[in-house]
Design a protein around this ligand. Structure first.
Ligand code: GUN
Length: 305
């Protein structure tokens, strides 16, 4: 048996427990909130706008509200009809921009087709943009300036740090170039910074030789939204695999309920990895923590005094 095979045998494969890290972070944040409350007489306040009835969006926003309750934040959920006009949505955003009691807010995506998402993102005051989607925050991130980092990339960097996974000099292959995950994580990991200094390849639907590129990756970040896309034969022995996908699929036997799976063929890939995130319980809980950390930073005026 070669050294590598021995080192990365299934027994030494480590599951990255995002749920446990998020719980730990919530407990320490709870204490910080108490101290903040003692000194200011108020608590951080996150608001969320949810448009329509998308079941996944409802579940994500529900998780965010629950996390606020757990750490002692105030939260406000604004539910709007699927048919809400662009103007009426813009008015709600403006109200939150102006409300001095709201530290930060998000508009849950995706939005119905008749709504212009770019206009919505631009309408949010960047000082309250705790999703980190506004071009001011995105541009500041790209230049390494203080900003609200997008929640999922932020959560991923916290996980890598917690598990002492070195990024400097490593080849990171990101699969998927969304504005929310693929593009920002590729920028963050390539920057000259603590959880950066990686050599990043950002791959997408037009990439040629994806299979070969993935086989060269020390760290794979799968954020493409296709269930089980990353297969065992695409992963180098000992690679770190971060699965950002959250896909609801039917139970194969069509007997049981639907289940959540990632963008990685977990059962077959896991034995080749040094570290892997499960779905659920990997990146998902850390996305919420990224948002909570940004909201706390907004309350304490850490980014924009
Ligand atoms: N939809 C999927 N992920 C996110 C997120 O992080 N923030 C918002 N606002 N919408 C999303």
């Amino acid at each position: 048996m070669s050294y590598l095979v021995a080192k990365y045998s299934p027994r030494s494969m480590k599951i990255i427990d995002g749920k446990a890290v998020a719980e730990e972070m919530k407990n320490s944040m709870k204490q910080e909130v108490l101290e903040y409350q003692k000194s200011t007489g108020r608590v951080p306040h996150l608001a969320a706008i949810l448009v329509g009835n998308n079941p996944a969006s409802k579940a994500y926003v529900g998780n965010k509200v629950r996390s606020c309750n757990q750490v002692g934040f105030k939260s406000t959920l604004i539910k709007l009809e699927e048919t809400v006009s662009q103007d009426d949505l813009m008015k709600e955003i403006e109200k939150l921009n102006q409300d001095p009691d709201v530290d930060g807010f998000i508009v849950q995506l995706p939005l119905p087709k008749h709504i212009d998402e770019v206009k919505v993102t631009l309408a949010i005051d960047y000082r309250k943009d705790v999703d980190g989607f506004h071009p001011v925050n995105f541009g500041r991130m790209a230049q390494g300036l203080p900003c609200y980092l997008p929640a999922t990339p932020y959560g991923i960097t916290i996980l890598l740090e917690r598990y002492n996974i070195e990024t400097a000099g490593k080849h990171v292959v990101v699969v998927g170039r969304s504005n929310i995950v693929g593009t920002p994580i590729s920028i963050l990991l390539s920057r000259k910074s603590k959880m950066g200094d990686a050599t990043v390849t950002l791959t997408h639907s037009k990439t040629k030789n994806l299979h070969r590129i993935l086989l060269d990756a020390d760290i794979i970040i799968a954020a493409i939204g296709i269930p089980g896309f990353v297969k065992e034969d695409m992963v180098k022995q000992g690679a770190v695999v971060i699965d950002v996908g959250i896909n609801r699929v039917e139970d194969e036997s069509h007997q049981g309920p639907s289940k959540l799976v990632g963008d990685v063929d977990y059962e077959h890939v896991k034995n080749k990895c040094s570290f892997i995130t499960p779905v659920p319980g990997g990146v998902g809980p850390m996305t919420v923590m990224g948002l909570m950390k940004n909201t706390f930073k907004s309350a304490t005026k850490e980014i924009y005094p």
